[in-house]
Design a protein around this ligand. Structure first.
Ligand code: SF4
Ligand code: SF4
Length: 652
């Protein structure tokens, strides 16, 4: 005999039941659409952005990050809790569909040979999901109400959503259990089997009412949830999967080149000037606070909280009033080092750097408002092609005694060594360039420099929001590369590397650009450099944001270090690789005074000093500057060295 279907409801007749459900669903969908429509319209009318390329890569990323919850699970406890709720929800989508089917088709009966087997398998999986989600939600409530971690703010909205989810789970369990108690010959999942004998104590009348109550509680909780979604931060439940799918796949900061001939306004001064993906980002924030915890500006008392910035920009975007971004304090925008730590931490792949640079462009190019230190730097970059105003004609003075050939297009060398402004003019930076030259010569690498024809890549101008100046500097260098037939470039500055490698192709310069750590690694592997002496000092390695997070180069500098040190002497701190903390120089911040809060370089130095090192090894000349200044200010007995310098010492 076919067991009775779990759908006979006490409260409604087979005629009124679909009508009642249709009415409630229509009301909920209308309220949902009223809130979603303006958001869709915003996205539809926003600036375009190409995000439909490399579909297979996007699918793989979505499977890993969105469905596999890989980024969330990097955090034990809360990460697992969210992941369990997410997976449970995916399974329970089918259950929600079943509930609506029951409501709309109270008398329809599907039956085919494998019905019972399929149904029972589904009932077990579904009950496992109900249990999983109930436990995760209970843990979430426990965290919010009892543990109260600092980064979580207790909001009525958050509690309501958790209670609604719990109501959906409890009503699911009672619906099955009451039905089994009423019809012992029917089949339900394990939760129903356990609870039915308990509920069975009640009379038939109570059980019937309980069954109907559970049904309508389940349906109304789902519908209330739907209405609340677009009106709360839980909108991310709908947007996070597409946000991950359309996320940035390119290295670097993914900044777009402004067409100064065509465009009428530059940068973003009004929320509506963001592109559609940036707007989708703003609507996807789960307000989990992971970005704040990773942000060096926030950690050192600057007014920039990446999470708050997102919330403020989103609220302005959705406000019916003006979407002018002027309510965001300028200092918030200038506090960012463009380090990307927030992006690496964000479980739903929200980008920050592109938005912050767009806001800076708006301030610099449209509103002509920026920190006073930038005024001098912009002038120096424009006239002398370096941010400090050293004479252009003295760019290659550092190399005079070293006998480095100047690039000759009739006799090109294998590599062009792009020295960068720091390596050409800064007293400390020049020592690094000299050490790099020494290692390359020792290994017999054929290289030359552009001499006084080299100009600033424009990185500081671009990160400071002066896209016009960047365009000018990048165009000039790109022209030189083309004219001179340059193909392969090595540089010891990760900021130069990032610009030349990721941003110059738009200017027509397609180069093979490598960092000195990569070239040194290769030379060591080929046996062209073999450090005889091994250092025994205690070393800690500091990751540069533009080498690591922005260009995914983590191993090369470590291998170079390991080649010149005794095993076990190189230590790692907790905040390394993807979670490494910025030294404070990026985003053109090395040009600015740091008057608010503590210095980011001091904060980073404190993290590194936990390992009690003799030497801090670095692969970026700006990190060397920042950390060395911090060491002096704190009067500590530790050296800060570039990996090139450390290697040079071991091979001379
Ligand atoms: S890029 Fe770095 S400094 Fe800027 S908001 Fe993100 S974490 Fe903070
Ligand atoms: S931006 Fe990302 S990391 Fe920051 S609060 Fe939002 S979801 Fe969390």
């Amino acid at each position: 005999m076919t067991p009775p279907l779990n759908r006979a409801l006490e409260w409604t007749s087979p005629e009124t039941q679909p009508l009642l459900l249709a009415g409630l669903s229509f009301l909920a969908l209308t309220l949902f659409s009223v809130a979603v429509w303006p958001k869709l319209k915003l996205l539809w009318n926003a600036r375009p952005d190409e995000r439909c390329d490399r579909i297979l890569e996007r699918i793989a990323l979505t499977l890993k990050v969105a469905f596999g919850q890989s980024k969330l699970m990097q955090e034990k406890g809360a990460g697992w809790m969210h992941a369990l709720i997410f997976w449970g929800f995916l399974i329970l989508l089918f259950r929600a569909a079943e509930f609506f089917f029951i409501g709309f088709f109270p008398t329809t009966n599907f039956s085919f040979p494998a019905t019972d087997t399929i149904f029972m398998a589904y009932a077990w999986v579904k009950d496992a999901a109900v249990l999983m989600v109930s436990l995760a939600v209970s843990f979430a409530l426990y965290r919010r109400l009892i543990l109260k971690p600092a980064r979580l703010t207790l909001s009525a909205e958050g509690l309501l959503i958790l209670l609604l989810i719990l109501a959906i789970m409890v009503s699911d369990a009672i619906f099955d259990s009451a039905f089994l108690a009423l019809h012992p010959e029917s089949h339900v999942g394990p939760i129903g089997m356990v609870l039915a004998p308990v509920l069975g104590i009640a009379g038939e009348n109570i059980l019937g009412n309980l069954h109907s109550t559970a049904y309508w509680l389940h349906i109304s909780s789902i519908l209330i949830f739907l209405v609340l979604l677009p009106r709360s931060k839980h909108f991310h439940i709908l947007t996070s999967i597409p946000n991950v799918f359309f996320s940035n796949l390119n290295p670097g900061n993914n900044l777009y080149r402004i067409d100064f001939e065509e465009e009428e306004s530059f940068g973003v001064t009004n929320g509506k000037e963001f592109n559609w993906k940036q707007m989708l980002d703003l609507h996807t924030c789960t307000q989990c606070g992971r970005c704040d915890r990773a942000c060096p500006a926030w950690a050192t008392g600057k007014p920039l909280s990446p999470q708050q910035l997102t919330v403020d920009l989103r609220d302005q975007l959705n406000s019916t009033q003006s979407s002018d971004i002027n309510v965001i304090d300028d200092e918030v925008i200038w506090s960012c080092t463009t380090c990307g730590a927030c992006e690496a931490a964000c479980p739903v792949m929200i980008d920050y750097v592109d938005k912050i640079i767009d806001l800076r462009r708006g301030l610099v190019l449209t509103e002509d408002r920026y920190p006073k230190e930038f005024a001098t730097a912009f002038k120096s970059l424009e006239t002398q092609s370096n941010p400090w105003g050293f004479p252009k004609a003295s760019r290659s003075d550092w190399a005079k005694e070293l006998g480095i050939p100047i690039w000759d297009k009739t006799k090109p060398t294998e590599y062009l060594y792009f020295v960068g402004c720091n390596g050409s003019f800064d007293t400390r930076g020049k020592k690094i360039s000299t050490a790099v030259v020494q290692t390359l010569k020792q290994a017999g690498v054929e290289f030359s420099i552009l001499g006084n024809d080299e100009g600033c890549t424009g990185d500081p101008a671009r990160r400071a929001g002066n896209e016009y100046l960047f365009d000018m500097l990048a165009s000039a260098n790109a022209e030189t590369f083309k004219e001179q037939g340059v193909r392969k470039v090595v540089t010891h500055c990760p900021h130069c590397l990032n610009s030349l490698k990721n941003e110059y192709p738009e200017f027509g310069a397609t180069l093979e650009v490598i960092h000195h750590s990569e070239l040194l690694q290769k030379l060591i592997q080929e046996g062209k450099l073999s450090p005889q002496k091994k250092s025994e000092e205690k070393i800690v390695f500091h990751d540069s944001c533009y080498l690591g997070r922005h260009n995914n180069i983590y191993e090369a500098p470590r291998e170079v270090l390991n080649a010149s040190t005794k095993p076990g002497t190189v230590k790692e701190v907790e905040q390394s690789r993807e979670t490494g903390t910025c030294c404070g120089a990026g985003g053109a911040r090395f040009l600015l005074e740091e008057n608010t809060g503590t210095r980011m370089s001091h904060h980073r130095l404190d993290e590194l000093m936990v390992t009690e090192p003799d030497t801090i090894a670095v692969a970026c000349p700006y990190c060397v500057l920042m950390l060395e200044d911090a060491v002096k200010a704190k009067n500590l007995n530790v050296q800060v060295k570039d990996i090139g310098e450390m290697l040079a010492k071991k091979i001379d």
